[in-house]
Design a protein around this ligand. Structure first.
Ligand code: G3P
Length: 223
């Protein structure tokens, strides 16, 4: 399973990248706005800066909701860097735009996906990635991980090439379960990625090793 970071914060992107386990980045208009990015130039510059930090696929979302606008915006985004993947919402014009991008060699990430039916349409249109938002499904008392399981099964049976990119990850168990189920990619904020590191037995084990290491140094010094 590939690991993407779901943020537009450059410091957090750098931190995850320095761990050496990062395969890409996803952003969305809310994450960009959170970083205070406004206007076309600042937006394109920010994506360029992300591409300079991470050597992997970077999702950049269109803001238009009509076919013509999405195609125009997507072409500009794709021209920033070969690693840019144009993120397109799961709406009727979005499906048409994904098909257009597919036919014109531009890779896409179909976003705001909450059902198997939507994921089938994204795959049929040729999306490179499909982004089911599992945390938001959980938020309305449905089962986000069950959705991932269903998509993995359908894509396997139908031999769809679209990669399942589990998004809206809220905790480390989401990541572990996505890996178990067979999601192709998990995109997560920095916190759940770092939380995967934690285990009390690692902490107590290391504490004991360090205490014994001190004894070893004392013993060597006393010889
Ligand atoms: O990038 C889309 C997605 O990951 C959003 O997550 O936490 O706002 O539901 P969240």
């Amino acid at each position: 399973m590939k690991f993407f970071i779901d943020t537009a914060n450059l410091a957090q992107i750098r931190e995850a990248n320095e761990l050496g386990i990062l395969d890409g980045v996803t952003t969305n208009p809310s994450l960009m706005a959170k970083e205070g990015i406004t206007g076309e130039k600042a937006t394109l510059d920010h994506y360029k800066a992300i591409c300079e930090i991470v050597d992997g696929d970077i999702s950049a979302e269109v803001l238009s909701t009509d076919f013509k606008g999405m195609v125009e915006e997507g072409q500009k985004l794709a021209a920033i860097h070969p690693n840019i993947v144009v993120k397109v919402p799961m709406i009727k014009d979005g499906v048409k735009a994904i098909k257009w991008f597919t036919d014109n060699g531009i890779r896409t990430n179909c976003t705001l996906v909450f059902s198997a039916g939507q994921a089938i349409l994204a795959a049929k249109a040729g999306a490179t990635y499909v982004s089911p938002f599992i945390g938001r499904v959980d938020d309305i008392s449905w089962d986000g991980l069950q959705l991932i399981e269903q998509l993995v099964h359908i894509y396997d049976v139908q031999n769809y090439q679209t990669q399942i990119l589990a998004a809206s990850i809220r905790n480390p168990m989401h990541i572990i379960k996505c890996a178990e189920i067979g999601a192709d990619v998990c995109t997560c904020p920095l916190e759940p990625i770092v939380a995967l590191l934690n285990h009390p037995l690692t902490d107590s084990g290391l504490k004991k090793f360090l205490q014994d290491a001190e004894k070893m140094k004392t013993a060597v010094a006393g010889q």
